[in-house]
Design a protein around this ligand. Sequence first.
Ligand code: SF4
Ligand code: SF4
Length: 253
Amino acid sequence: MAKSKYTNRRRIIQAVAMIMLLSIPLRLVCFDLENECIRVFGARFGLSTMFYPLFTIVALILFVVFRGMSKGRIFCSHLCPMHLFLEIVNSPKNKTAASRPAKVWGWSVFFAVLSVEVILSFFQPLDNQLRLIASGHLPIIGIASALFLGFLGLFVHYQEHFCKKGCPYALIQMLLQSDTTRYMEFANPEKTCTNCRGCDDVCPMLLRARFESKGTDCTNCNLCAEACTSELGEGNTLFLLTDPQVESGEAGR
Ligand code: SF4
Ligand code: SF4
């Protein structure tokens, strides 16, 4: 399937987001309790300058929320590890494969461990955590186990249901949504849809893309538009990312 510019850009942003997440377990970004400072890729921010990285994080969160008002659930499709997980386990290849349960478990363990370590390693390096666990330190054993089981449950059991019904960001996005928010439009004016269901098969959120892409569960990932391009040919896709306030100028960017 030919990748659009939009998807290539989304993949780059997803890769950067994953690198940023991995930088925490690798202690490139962390809170150094011993020296009372925050470390960010070699830069050290002590008590008097700690607000620089903290304000940057707050500014980034506000920026994503602000962009979400006009671009829809781009946090989900561009930054969230759960979306990446769903793109893997709900891909057309894996969706119906006999090996899907094994893949779900494998990827769930990977993402659950990563999520736990993103939280714990921000405060304690991995070797310290392992030393404390080995010495029977109950608080860290309890916190690590609870976080791991919680994340594992999300990935193994809830998957896209969590994105639709339980995710706090989805709730915030619902409140931010307006008539001017970008949505994925499906239009079939010349009845060229072949009912191949390629758009449904590729949807990581398991939506019936033709009927549900305008809803709040759609993450504007653009995969259905690409699947339709593969079926109908370049320029003939029946899906289009649409910006209501600038429909004539910027739709589909
Ligand atoms: S409907 Fe299309 S754009 Fe929306 S989540 Fe599914 S594949 Fe992505
Ligand atoms: S991919 Fe396109 S042609 Fe195939 S079912 Fe979906 S809308 Fe119809």
